[in-house]
Design a protein around this ligand. Structure first.
Ligand code: HEC
Length: 119
């Protein structure tokens, strides 16, 4: 009986030790969370149409002609982002040419930017 308890305690201690080791794995998963469908569409749209000039991910070392999307995510809240997207879609912005996208595409982009967290 006592021996069985000792085995159980040893197993519990091992399990305790294993926990910190498994943390990085969980962190890696958290870095790439499943996106909700709207954010996923926004991501795909960004990858197709914006990634040529913008870094669209957390840190993907992509094109850097325009500001990184994670910077925009920090600069604007979702309401003002929608406004910026509508404006940009119609007129472009300074060095950025107009790239038209629909209102629902702008919503998807906004949802996607909402998933980016500035460092
Ligand atoms: C041809 C290159 C190019 C493409 C493609 C492009 N952008 Fe840009 N974008 C720029 C540049 C350059 C700037 C910075 C403009 C400046 O500050 O002069 C910019 C700035 C912006 C800004 C910031 C505006 C502000 O208020 O500061 C937003 C938002 C933006 N782009 C969204 C998008 C989205 C969304 C897409 C894809 C649908 C996209 N861009 C595709 C070049 C591009």
């Amino acid at each position: 009986m006592a021996r069985r308890l000792a085995v159980w305690l040893a197993a519990a201690a091992l399990a305790g030790c294993a926990t910190p080791a498994s943390k990085p794995e969980r962190g890696a998963l958290a870095a790439a969370p499943a996106l909700d469908p709207s954010a996923q569409r926004g991501h795909d749209l960004a990858a197709r149409r914006c990634a040529g000039c913008h870094e669209i991910g957390e840190d993907d070392g992509g094109a850097a002609e325009g500001p990184a999307f994670r910077t925009l995510a920090r600069r604007y809240n979702s309401l003002s982002l929608r406004g910026r997207f509508a404006e940009i879609s119609a007129h472009g912005f300074d060095r950025m040419p107009p790239i038209s996208f629909s209102k629902s595409e702008a919503d998807d982009l906004t949802a996607y930017l909402g998933t980016l967290h500035a460092p």
